[in-house]
Design a protein around this ligand. Structure first.
Ligand code: SAH
Length: 208
């Protein structure tokens, strides 16, 4: 997975490649999908949600440019896989999930496998997580209609936000850096994520 799907496609940060090689991805999917855990694709994790493709996890992590001492916020815990990768690259990882059953399962998996610097919370991540702000990095693993203002507000100066922005079905990955005077943004690749649902995200269509 690391050689063919990541290094070969241009992931260069050795710390990211190393972390991706260390986290056992099969522990973050259901038993029925274990033999497919290292395939080059996203996989279902229940509640209509997915664990992201390994390449997308690596690319987004690389765009955070972590050195090791950072406090990071993830929006969209899902399986907890991305949080586990981040936990090897930063000092503390706060991760928020809106679906409590997914949060509970991720919390169990992370704890059982020794990822002890990950803290799982159930809330609407479009509002960020003010309790532990400001963050050196924020990563959003669901597709947003716009860049949520609360998230850029909760970044430190020179902190980075990595977020897919677009419509409900396809997005573009942005790396947003907070500067003294505002924000600076660069665009990475096209991508497809499940929708970010919440106050500053999309409406929940389940009940319509
Ligand atoms: N990072 C995850 C991928 C999860 S898919 C992994 O490694 O497995 C995106 C997740 O974002 C879903 O679990 C979805 O429920 C969650 N989500 C969507 N909108 C959210 C919001 N406003 N706040 C928190 N989580 C949200």
């Amino acid at each position: 997975m690391v050689e063919e799907q990541l290094r070969h496609r241009g992931i260069q940060d050795d710390r990211v490649l190393d972390a991706m090689g260390q986290v056992p991805r099969h522990l973050f999917v259901g038993e029925d999908l274990r033999d497919r855990a290292y395939e080059d694709c996203a996989l279902p994790i229940g509640e209509g949600q997915t664990i992201s493709q390994p390449y997308m996890v690596a690319l987004m992590t690389e765009l955070l440019e972590l050195k090791g001492g950072e406090t990071v916020l993830e929006v969209g815990t899902g399986s907890g896989y991305q949080s586990a990768v981040l936990s090897l690259l930063a000092a503390e990882v706060y991760t928020v999930e809106r679906v409590s059953s997914l949060a509970e399962q991720a919390r169990t998996t992370l704890k059982r496998n020794g990822f002890l610097n990950v803290h799982v919370r159930v809330s609407d991540g479009t509002l960020g997580l003010p309790d532990h702000a400001p963050y050196d990095g924020i990563i959003v693993t669901a597709g947003a209609p716009d860049i949520p203002r609360h998230l850029t507000d909760q970044l430190k100066i020179r902190g980075r936000l990595v977020i897919p922005v677009g419509d409900r079905h396809s997005q573009v990955l942005y790396q947003v850096t907070r500067t003294e005077g505002g924000i600076k943004q660069t665009v990475s690749t096209g991508c497809v994520f499940v929708p970010l649902i919440g106050k500053d995200g999309w409406e929940d269509e389940t009940y319509h």
